[in-house]
Design a protein around this ligand. Sequence first.
Ligand code: DX5
Ligand code: ZN
Length: 217
Amino acid sequence: MNKLICPSMMCADFSQLKEEVQQLDQAGTDIFHIDFMDGVFVPNFGMGLQDFELIRKSTEKLVDVHLMIQHPAEYVERFADMGADIIYFHPEADQHPARTLDKIRAKDKKAGIAINPGTSIETIQELLPLVDYLMVMTVNPGFAGQKYLGYVDQKIEKLATLKNQHHYEIMVDGAISSERIRNLSQKGVTGFVLGTSALFGKEQSYQEIITQLKGGN
Ligand code: DX5
Ligand code: ZN
């Protein structure tokens, strides 16, 4: 099964961010994942615009932005203009998510929604035909290094059955270990945002880790 490896760059070593991007790029990264937070939608502050600009100009690979912010509709065009390839926002933070998805697509970018652990499929059912990527949060958003919320597995399985009727890819974000990649990949998950659980702060090199993760069935 194809596995998209998406390093969560808020977990990278910021004392050498450019080198981190180059090493992760060469190691086989598919999509660089950049978390933005406003301290309101989530009680934390993620990466800054300058971090995004540095990462964007340091790689030709895809770069996504995960907007954990209120009123994302006001910013999606700005991130598109800055070079984001995929833009995820939380429908929980947007009164007109269908319109925001149209805004992203109008900029020729891939449109994604990220849904919180407590958000049910029923509340976003009408958005399913409109998204290219569906990011299922497996932790409450805002912080790396949290524990995986097992109750989300049921929602992932339901979305996997629904995805044949639509065109979205399922991505997961939060406490994703190598074991969970194997398990969730078999359930139909395509993309894996990796932070401290599987990728950063380990003894092995990024090359070794990503090669293993892609090879594991
Ligand atoms: C959490 C972020 C994730 C997080 C993943 O709100 O969206 O990208 O950094 O890191 P780990 O794998 O440590 O949960
Ligand atoms: Zn994220």
